[in-house]
Each structure stands twice: as C-alpha cells, then as structure tokens.
Write a protein that binds this ligand. Sequence first.
Ligand code: ASP
Length: 328
Amino acid sequence: MKRRSFIGKTLVGSVAALVTPKVLSANENRSFSKIHTPPKGPISICTWNFTTANAAAAKALESGTDALTAAIKAAEVEELNAQNTTVGLGGAPDREGTVTLDASVMDHTGNCGSVVAVENIVHVAALARDVMEKTPHVMLAGKGAEAYAKSLGYKHTDLLTAESKKEWEEWTKESQYKPIINIENHDTIGTLCLDKNGNIGGACSTSGLSYKMKGRVGDSPIIGSGLFIDNTIGGAVATGMGEEVVKTVGSFLIVELMRQGHSPQEACDEAIHRIVEKQGDTIDFQVAYIALDKQGRVGSSCIHKGFTYMHYENGENQNFEVKKYLHS
Ligand code: ASP
C-alpha cells in the first residue's frame, strides 16, 4: 500500500474551511481560563490515511488506555509497516543509503521525550517515551539513542528493505536532490489522543525527507515544532516540510493560539498562514497540521491539496480530506 491509496471513508471536512484568522493582539480577548465542557468520549486523530494505526489507538482508548500509550500504539503500526516508506521499517534512506528515524512524544503532564537520527531500531516513538520516563533527558541522538535502545532490549533491525534499497539505488543514478520537496516523498505519522480521563497525549514518528543529507533532522522530534501538547488547552502535530515547521515553531504556535481563544481550525489555518505569508503563494512544498482541543474539537489545515487525516470518535474511524489553504 502506498500512502496515498485510500482505505478509509473519505469526507471533505467542513472543519477545513479556508479562512485566514485574525491574529489577536497582545491583550485582546485573551482567555487563559481552564477548561470548558467535558469531552464526550475518547478521540484519536492522526495525519494522513493511516486507518489501521488510528484504529489501534482508538481501540486502546476505548478500553481505557491512557492517551500517550494509545498514541504510541498508532505510531507502532506504521513503524512496522514496511510498505510505508516514510516511517520506521522500509523508510526511505538518506542520500548515503542509511535509514535514520526521528520521533517524539508528549504527555498530559507536559513531559516529553524525543530521539533523532536513530538507526536500526523500529519502534522509535516507544524509545522516545523511554527517554522521557527513564532518563534525566528529553532528547537522545544517533548512536547514543541506538545504544540506549539496545540496553533496554530493543532489537537490532536493518530498516532498509530490499524495495527501499532498490528505489534508493535508482535515485543514486542521478542523485538529484531537489530542495523543493515533492509532497509524495514524506508522510510522518503524528497522532493526538484524548482519553477517557480527558487527558491528551501525542506521538510523532518519521524517517524524515527521502534522500535527505546525512544528519538532517526535521521537525518531528523537535518539541514545539512537530508536536506540542498543553493538557489544559489541547495539542497539535505537523507533517510535511519540517524545515518550515521548525522556522515557525508550528505546533507550539497552534496550541498558543488555541489558548488565546482560537478554535483548533483557526489556529491551524493561522500556522499555515505564517508559512505562506513568508513564502508567497508559489510554494511548492507541503506542510499540514492537525490539532485537537480539550473539548474534543478538531482542526486541520494544509498548504496544498492532498492532505488527509484520520478522526476516530464515537465508534467511527473516518478519513477527512482537508481543503488546501492556497487557491492556486
Ligand atoms: N515533517 C517530516 C520531516 O520534515 C517529514 C514529513 O512529515 O513528511 O522530517
């Protein structure tokens, strides 16, 4: 299954209205009040059409599992899916032929962990959680992260599958690295869950951009960029061109906009707008966000057509197509 193939039910999300929200000035309409109406039930959302992954998180949530554990379960499905060429096993390698993975997690207490440029370990979201819970650190990189994983009993796995290797070898014939990224060559899984206790947790897992420079790290393991959660407000995750997400600290921005009173949809649109306004409307890379607040409201925005996200609530696991932000 290539990631663009649709498995779930596809709906055009009414939540994805094309709007440019007004940005609040420093003291206007700020609301720092704590939360609101209790959510109706557990909710799980994730980037793209990762139906099985979101269903795994939903199943866990329905049986009472906490939000972070459920979000990691979703990541694990794609990390093990060798057909998914941008997460975990079978992920596209860097330009030298090495698969390196990035992941992050954040829980309802504001605790977080991440791993960057990890080789030979499949379940890097779980590893990010181990960094968070079992070390005094937030982030571990490269060989150190791999060694730590092995000390905990994670097994050594060659992440480069025969198929990814073949595609990479084909790529090396021209070795043409296009700085302008085709939206088809990257698709992180980012998941946000709201559990039965009303707590939010999230996870993000990726092999990053295909044929990236050796050592390149994107937004996904950078807390505040690829993922951010404030359990009094909500959470956000990103996918797409990580460099642009990092420059605008996208997920943190979305949560802060929600804190100021914007809906998840308005906040996601504004975060996309911050990228678009800097670049002009000739942008040919993709960035997309999804957000979930404590009331269970969901928002999503993307630059270009083609981004979808999964939304589980009340027994229904649906895939929504997000309206593009740019008209072009
Ligand atoms: N955001 C990821 C990165 O830049 C890639 C993706 O989501 O497709 O590493």
